[in-house]
Design a protein around this ligand. Structure first.
Ligand SMILES: Nc1ncnc2c1ncn2[C@@H]1O[C@H](COP(=O)(O)OP(=O)(O)OP(=O)(O)O)[C@@H](O)[C@H]1O
Ligand SMILES: [Mg+2]
Length: 474
C-alpha cells in the first residue's frame, strides 16, 4: 500500500484523484469534447460564436470535469458557482459582473483583480438546481449575465428542459452540448486505467460487473471500485456478483458525503429522502463509515449515539410493522449525524468509500447456503433419494468419513465434481482453507494421472498389488 503510486495527486478519493485534468482524458464523448473545444477556440480568438455553452447530461459522466479540464487546457482562470453556494441573484450578478470584466476570484472565492484581460471561465454547475430554488431569482440574473458577459460562461445541467423552462433566454445565447452516457466498455476502460495506476489486482469479472452496474455513471463505477478495493479477490467476487449489488443506488456515496460533510443538516436529510434506499439498509453504510470519516473522538461517539437512536426506531418498525418510524430513523441517521459531524469537526476527507462489512458477511453466508443446497442435491441424486434424507441421514455420515479419510474425500470430490465451498462444508472448514485446497489439488492430480494411465495397465497394476477386484471393476 505504501509503495503504491499515489497518482497525480494525493486525494484519498479516487474520483478526485483521477479527475481528468485535460479534455483528452475525458473518456467517451468525443463529439462533445470537439464542440467544447471549438466553442473555446472561438473565445480564444475573441470572436465567440455564442457567449455561453450549456453542458447537458446525466450524473457522473464528466460534465464538471470537462469544464475544469477546458479551463486548464486553455490556461483560463475559473469562477465556479454551484447549487450549494448560498448566493442569491444579486451575488450572482456581482460574481459574473466582476468575472465578466477582467477580474477573477481565487479558489476560496476571494476577489483577485487582474488588468491583463485574460479570459475567465464562469461555470454555473448544477444550474438546474440553482434555478430550482424559487427564492433564488438566479435565472434572470444568469440570462442577463450571459447577455452582457465579456467572458465565457458554461452552464451545467442534468435536465435541459428544466433549464430552458425557467430561463428560456439562454437558448439563443448559448451553444447546447449534449454529453452522452458512456458505454459499459468505456466505463471498463476508465476502471482499468485506475487499477493499473493503483497497482492492484481485481478479477476481470468483477470489473465487468461494476462497469455494467454503473449504467454509464463513471463516478459511481469508480466509487464502487474503491469501496471493494480493500477486499480479497474472492470477497470482491462475492460482493459484486452477489448481494443484489445492482440494487445499491449509485447516489449512496453522495448521500454519505452530504451527511458527513455538508454544513447544512437539512441538505443531508433531503439527500437521504431522494435516495432510493430503505433506512434499514442505509444505516449499514453510515455505521461502516462513521469511524472512517469522523476524526474527533467525541464527535464520533455522538454520531454513534445518534445512530443507535435511529436503530431503536428501526427495531420498532420491525417489531410493530409501524413504518412511520422509518421517518424518525432516517432523520436521526441523516440530519442527526450531520449536526454532530458536518463541517464542525475534523474529518478524514474523501474516505466515505467503505462497503458495509455486514453485507460482505451476509454475502459469505449466502454463498455457504448456496453451497449447502448444491451439495445436498448432488448427494440426493447420487443416492436416488430425497433432499431431506440426504441432508438428515446421509450427509452426517459422509462428513465424518471425509474428515477421517482424505482419500475418501478426494474420491467423493471427483465423483460428484464438488466445488471448494461444498468440500469446505463437508470438512467443517472455510472454503479458502489449506485442507480444501489440498483436496482440490489432489483431485486435479488424480484426474491428470488417471487420464494418462492406460486402463489395462491400471488393472494389471492393481492385480500385481494383490488387491481383490470386484466383477464390476473389470
Ligand atoms: N468521461 C469521464 N472520463 C473520465 N473520468 C470521468 C468521466 N466522467 C466521470 N469521471 C470520473 O467521475 C468523477 C465525477 O465526474 P464529474 O464530476 O465530471 O461528473 P458530472 O457529469 O459533473 O456529474 P454530476 O451531474 O453528478 O455533477 C470525476 O472526478 C472522474 O473521476
Ligand atoms: Mg458535476
Amino acid at each position: 500500500m505504501e509503495e503504491r503510486d499515489m497518482g497525480r495527486n494525493n486525494h484519498l478519493d479516487w474520483t478526485e484523484r483521477y479527475r481528468p485534468s485535460n479534455l483528452s482524458e475525458i473518456i467517451g464523448n468525443g463529439s462533445a469534447v470537439k464542440q467544447l473545444r471549438s466553442w473555446a477556440d472561438s473565445w480564444a480568438k475573441k470572436r465567440p460564436k455564442k457567449k455561453g455553452a450549456i453542458l447537458v447530461g446525466p450524473p457522473g459522466i464528466g460534465k464538471t470535469s470537462a469544464a475544469h479540464a477546458l479551463a486548464n487546457e486553455y490556461g483560463w482562470d475559473m469562477i465556479e458557482l454551484n447549487a450549494s453556494d448560498k448566493r442569491n441573484a444579486s451575488s450572482i450578478d456581482k460574481v459574473v459582473g466582476h468575472g465578466s470584466r477582467s477580474d477573477s476570484f481565487s479558489e476560496e472565492g476571494e476577489f483577485r483583480s487582474s488588468a491583463r484581460g485574460e479570459l475567465k471561465l464562469i461555470v454555473f454547475d448544477e444550474a438546474d438546481n440553482l434555478f430550482g430554488r424559487e427564492d433564488y431569482g438566479g435565472a434572470k440574473a444568469i440570462v442577463q449575465a450571459m447577455r452582457s458577459s465579456a467572458q465565457p460562461i458554461i452552464l451545467i445541467v442534468n435536465d435541459y428542459y428544466e433549464l430552458t423552462r425557467r430561463a428560456s433566454g439562454v437558448k439563443k445565447l448559448a451553444m447546447t452540448i449534449y454529453m452522452e452516457i458512456p458505454s459499459a466498455n468505456q466505463v471498463l476502460n476508465a476502471l482499468k486505467i485506475i487499477i493499473s495506476k493503483e497497482q492492484i489486482e481485481i478479477p476481470s469479472e468483477v470489473l465487468v460487473q461494476i462497469a455494467k452496474n454503473s449504467e454509464g455513471d463513471i463516478r459511481a463505477a469508480i466509487n464502487d471500485l474503491q469501496s471493494i478495493a480493500h477486499l480479497r479477490p474472492d470477497q470482491m467476487s462475492e460482493v459484486v456478483m452477489d448481494l443484489g449489488w445492482r440494487d445499491i443506488p449509485p447516489q449512496t456515496y453522495q448521500v454519505l458525503e452530504e451527511i458527513f460533510l455538508s454544513k447544512d443538516p437539512s441538505e443531508a436529510r433531503k439527500a437521504l429522502i431522494r435516495l432510493d434506499e430503505t433506512p434499514d439498509k442505509f444505516i449499514l453504510w453510515v455505521d461502516e463509515n462513521i469511524p472512517r470519516v469522523i476524526k474527533d473522538a467525541r464527535a464520533r461517539s455522538s454520531a454513534f449515539d445518534m445512530l443507535s437512536r435511529s436503530d431503536i426506531f428501526l427495531g420498532r418498525v420491525g417489531r410493530r410493522q409501524h413504518y412511520r418510524f422509518w421517518a424518525y430513523s432516517s432523520e436521526l441517521m441523516s440530519m442527526g449525524i450531520a449536526v454532530v459531524s458536518g463541517g464542525k469537526f475534523d474529518v478524514y476527507s474523501g474516505t466515505i468509500r467503505r462497503f458495509p462489512e455486514y453485507l460482505i458477511k451476509m454475502s459469505q453466508s449466502k454463498s455457504r447456503r448456496n453451497a449447502l443446497k448444491t451439495l445436498i442435491s448432488k448427494i440426493a441424486k447420487e443416492h436416488h433419494t430425497s433432499s431431506e434424507v440426504a441432508r438428515e441421514s446421509i450427509i452426517p455420515y459422509i462428513r465424518s468419513l471425509c474428515i477421517s479419510n482424505t482419500e475418501f474425500a478426494v474420491e467423493l470430490a471427483m465423483e460428484l465434481e464438488l466445488q471448494p465451498g461444498e468440500i469446505a462444508l463437508l470438512l467443517g472448514v472455510e472454503s479458502d482453507s489449506d485442507e480444501v485446497e489440498r483436496i482440490m489439488n489432489m483431485t486435479e492430480g488424480a484426474d491428470r494421472s488417471s487420464s494418462e494411465d492406460d486402463e489395462g495397465k491400471d488393472r494389471a497394476d492393481r492385480c500385481v498389488e494383490g488387491q481383490q477386484l470386484s466383477l464390476f471393476e473389470f
